[in-house]
Design a protein around this ligand. Structure first.
Ligand code: FIX
Ligand code: ZN
Length: 397
């Protein structure tokens, strides 16, 4: 999980004079193939869990949030519509009645352009016909090729019923998709996950006793064997504290961290989300809050044998994260998550990270939820890096 796209360049640059740097960097950035280390995409074996195509692109929750700013339609009415009707309503409001100049709407335009589909059409029929004619498996390879992505890491929740049944039916090895064992549900209020663990045959109880901690470690052993994840991951609220005298705190300390050490897996912490500040708009209803990163300091200091991949959602936490990364070599900052993934903020945050950490961080992930989003998200990342890196190298020679 190294920022390999820029690792080979210093030697080349040393041999160049300053005026050639921008072009050399741009060529290197454009030619680099990426591993997208955090997405919500799925391999073909997961069937309907994998989202793709125009209706999914247009109803991405980033666009739903923008839709409710323009439309008089209530969320309750919107949720009653079919997927196609929802996409039609969003297309009308965000692409026809208003200018698609936000990052999320520009993304849809970029995807349509990439496939040579009309961007000013009064309806989505031509785009629908195009995507209907594709088969998912071959389309994945085409899309990854267009994005310059060799493989993506999925988000895999072993307590999610639909996912569990896909894994149990057997998931063929597909080198384009790697797993990440997601812990959000396991680390919720204990009354929620323990019956799910028990239903899978693990000896968990309602008190979160010592027995439950052992059961969770057995659960991890089995799921690590089944999924072969690259890392474990959890998103955490702005109010996250560690240590914490709750069952969640104990699950983290007594089960998650030891299992990560046992299986040699990093733990990805995505800190700062405030879930469901507006539940009426569902997935679009999450927000951000500044976190107390002393919890992260404690984790990095107390568990030097664990490795932490960390993304923080609040812009106000970014500088602190860089400082902690300078203190703890077991901390690897990654990407510009969610509300940060806008060119202006990516530029600011990445420049700061380069200045403070050199290339010792993971520059970006896409967080794509809909397959074709990797095309525009990686295009935009490359564009921003082609701007920032020549400056950095230019000042270094
Ligand atoms: O928790 C996460 O992994 C978040 O990235 C998502 O759940 C969020 O809804 C999202 O799509 C952000 O890009
Ligand atoms: Zn995500």
């Amino acid at each position: 999980m190294k920022p390999s796209s820029v690792q080979g360049t210093p030697r080349i640059l040393r041999a160049l004079s300053v005026e050639y740097i921008p072009r050399a960097v741009q060529e290197a950035v454009n030619a680099a193939s990426c591993v997208d280390m955090h997405t919500h995409l799925y391999a073909p074996a997961f069937g309907k869990l994998g989202l793709w195509g125009i209706d999914e692109l247009v109803t991405y929750h980033y666009l739903e949030a923008e839709f409710f700013r323009f439309s008089n339609m209530t969320p309750e009415r919107y949720w009653q519509l079919s997927k196609q009707q929802q996409a039609d309503a969003i297309w009308q409001a965000l692409f026809l009645d208003n200018s698609p100049i936000s990052e999320a709407t520009r993304g849809v335009v970029a995807v349509l352009n990439a496939f040579g589909l009309p961007v000013n059409s009064s309806d989505l029929s031509e785009a629908r016909a195009f995507f209907r004619a594709q088969t998912y498996d071959a389309h994945v390879s085409d899309v990854f090729g267009m994005a310059g992505v060799t493989s993506v890491v999925m988000t895999n929740d072993p307590l999610d019923r639909a996912e569990v049944s896909a894994w149990m039916n057997g998931v063929d090895d597909d080198p384009r998709f790697r797993a990440a064992l997601r812990l959000d549900r396991l680390l919720r209020e204990w009354s929620d996950p323990w019956p799910l663990l028990a239903a899978q045959g693990y000896d968990a109880d309602d008190r979160g006793s010592e027995r439950s901690m052992k059961a969770i470690r057995r659960f991890f052993a089995d799921w690590c064997e089944r999924m072969r994840p690259l890392y474990m991951a959890v998103s955490l609220p702005d109010a996250f504290q560690f240590p914490e005298e709750t069952v969640r705190g104990r699950v983290l300390r007594e089960a998650v961290l030891p299992s990560c050490r046992e299986f040699g897996l990093p733990l990805a912490l995505m800190i700062g989300v405030r879930r469901q500040v507006n539940p009426r708009i569902r997935l679009a209803g999450d927000a951000v809050g500044k976190a107390d990163l002393r919890a992260l300091e404690k984790l990095c200091a107390d568990f030097p044998e664990n490795r932490f991949l960390v993304s923080v959602l609040s812009r106000e936490n970014q500088h602190e994260l860089c400082v902690y990364a300078r203190k703890f070599s077991n901390l690897m900052p990654f990407g510009c998550w969610w509300f940060l993934n806008n060119p202006s903020i990516v530029e600011e945050v990445t420049r700061e990270r380069v200045e403070m950490l050199g290339p010792s961080f993971i520059m970006q992930h896409s967080d794509a939820r809909v397959l074709e989003q990797v095309i525009y998200k990686w295009k935009n990342t490359r564009r921003t890096l082609s701007k920032i890196l020549p400056e950095a190298y230019g000042l270094a020679v």
